[in-house]
Ligand binder design. Structure first.
Ligand code: F6R
Length: 261
């Protein structure tokens, strides 16, 4: 993993935007995987700034990581709406090239199989943007998820529902289940960019980067992927023992790339 640590969020977002721009430039039909939540917002802001300056992203297809089960499609916190608001419109993507799992489907298993098929038919995800949950989830693959899992319906853990209650009018409004790309699905992306901020992520980030590969921390499966960029602020990086050592030993070339903050 390439780990960049800085409190300069804009500089970190530029690293992500450059990786995305490189995919868009070298791929005739680029496919992005997009996360919701607050972590990737600086990346979307940087991309949207570039689009405002004339940068063209309309050749891209996007697949969301997940969707709540049963949430009305017009609910402002449905990921269909969040992705439309924060990704599709600001980045100038074509509405019919932006996909979100169907959390309202009568047959959820079929909806998940269809989603996997749509990803395959689009040519697979070239670059996946991720956040990480305080319990180590990626997508909504909660602890104990199979590291080979595919898109499926899962139950959210209480910790995740508590974390997401800030987007709803109280905990009881947060759905109990969602559809999520599996860890196996995520690992098939060509490149992965994960962004995390804040002390509440420090433990999960340390397990992801330096811990054993384990279903106890689903994000640790990313250690198996050869092309992962991790963008952290100092608080989220606070639990990284080995990274801190390398950073102090090789401060300039390797670890200070984005440390202008
Ligand atoms: C969102 C997703 C989740 C979030 C994670 C962090 O589509 O799949 O894994 O990335 O819960 O959420 P934030 O960024 O809100 O802290």
């Amino acid at each position: 993993m390439k780990v960049y640590i800085s409190n300069n969020t804009e500089a970190l977002a530029v690293i992500a935007a450059e990786a995305i721009a490189s995919v868009i430039e070298r791929t005739p039909k680029p496919v992005l995987g997009v996360a919701t939540g607050s972590s990737p917002l600086p990346i979307y802001r940087e991309l949207s700034r570039r689009v405002g300056d004339g940068y063209e992203m309309s050749s891209a297809t996007a697949f969301a990581l997940d969707e709540y089960v049963g949430i009305p499609t017009d609910h402002p916190q449905s990921y269909l709406q969040v992705i439309r608001r924060e990704v599709q419109i600001p980045l100038g993507l074509k509405a019919d090239r932006v996909f979100v799992p169907d959390g309202r489907a009568a047959d959820l298993s079929q909806a998940c199989a269809d989603y996997e098929k749509a990803i395959t038919e689009a040519g697979g995800i070239d670059l996946q943007i991720l956040g990480i949950g305080s319990d180590g989830h990626i997508g909504f693959n909660e602890p104990s998820s199979s590291l080979a899992s595919r898109t499926r319906a899962v139950a959210l853990m209480e910790e995740t529902r508590n974390d997401n209650a800030r987007f709803f009018d109280g905990l009881d409004q947060v759905p109990m289940r969602c559809l999520t790309q599996g860890i196996g699905t995520i690992l098939e992306a060509g490149e992965i960019v994960l962004m995390a901020q804040g002390a509440s992520k420090a433990k999960a980030v340390a397990s992801m980067v330096e811990g054993p590969i384990s279903a106890s921390c689903p994000a640790s499966a990313l250690q198996l992927h050869p092309e992962v960029i991790v963008l952290l602020d100092e608080d989220a990086a606070a639990g990284l023992r080995f990274t801190a050592y390398y950073r102090s030993s090789y401060p300039v070339e390797r670890w200070a790339t984005a440390s202008s903050g």
